[in-house]
Design a protein around this ligand. Structure first.
Ligand code: FES
Length: 215
């Protein structure tokens, strides 16, 4: 029991509660701050070693699950370095084949960078895809060197063979088609790549033969 005085109406009373910070004035209901030296004994108990340990355990970070855990593994490997954003995206793209929206949101949260920045990078480079891709990725080069050697007819042949549009994926999920501006072997044009394989000096019949290999 401690004697308190209301700082609002000056009313004095014997406080018997256990709150260690505030007491309510019985007359005007003003919240009276309890002075340090008058804190009720029961209120500010010293934490025992056991309860200290318990508090520390309770404050352990929550275990991440699902996409958050997957992203966290990669972000941890990159030591939460914001400058490693492209490498992080590449690693996740390689593992999953595409980058779902939830994944980009997690990266933004865990790296503590704006989501718009993550999107900027993920949409700028052709290496990243924000939609599911087929098992095999076909890239037809439409750069100048390949174009003058007939790459548009190669592209048409691929589209007809697979019955898909440019930037489309076959219904069975086996192939996705993209166009690129140069794959770095202009002398071999027209060129197309399937996954990591390069196919140059293409003639129309080659397209059917190559694609049937990946069926
Ligand atoms: S333009 Fe096609 S490989 Fe360079």
């Amino acid at each position: 029991m401690v004697e308190l005085a209301c700082q609002h109406c000056n009313y004095k009373w014997d406080y018997q509660g256990e709150n260690e910070y505030y007491a309510t004035c019985p007359r005007c209901r003003y919240k009276v701050r309890i002075p340090e030296d008058k804190v009720p004994r029961v209120g500010r108990k010293k934490l025992s070693l056991e309860s200290k340990k318990k508090t520390l355990t309770e404050k352990r970070p929550v275990k991440l699950r699902g996409i958050a855990a997957i992203v966290n593994k990669v972000v941890q490997e990159a030591q939460y370095d914001k400058g490693m954003l492209i490498q992080i995206l590449l690693k996740l793209q390689r593992s999953f084949g595409w980058l779902p929206k939830e994944m980009l949101t997690e990266i933004s949260k865990q790296l503590e960078i704006p989501l718009s920045q993550v999107y900027q990078v993920a949409t700028f480079y052709k290496a990243f895809s924000l939609a599911p891709r087929g098992r095999h990725l076909i890239r037809v080069c439409m750069g100048t060197s390949c174009k003058v050697r007939g790459s548009h007819t190669i592209l048409e042949r691929v589209q007809n063979h697979l019955s898909i549009d440019k930037d489309g994926t076959t219904l069975d999920g086996k192939f996705s088609l993209e166009t690129v501006n140069c794959v770095g072997c202009c002398a071999l044009g027209p060129v197309m790549t399937v996954d990591d394989d390069y196919h140059g000096n293409l003639k129309l019949p080659d397209v059917d033969r190559i694609l049937s290999k990946y069926r």
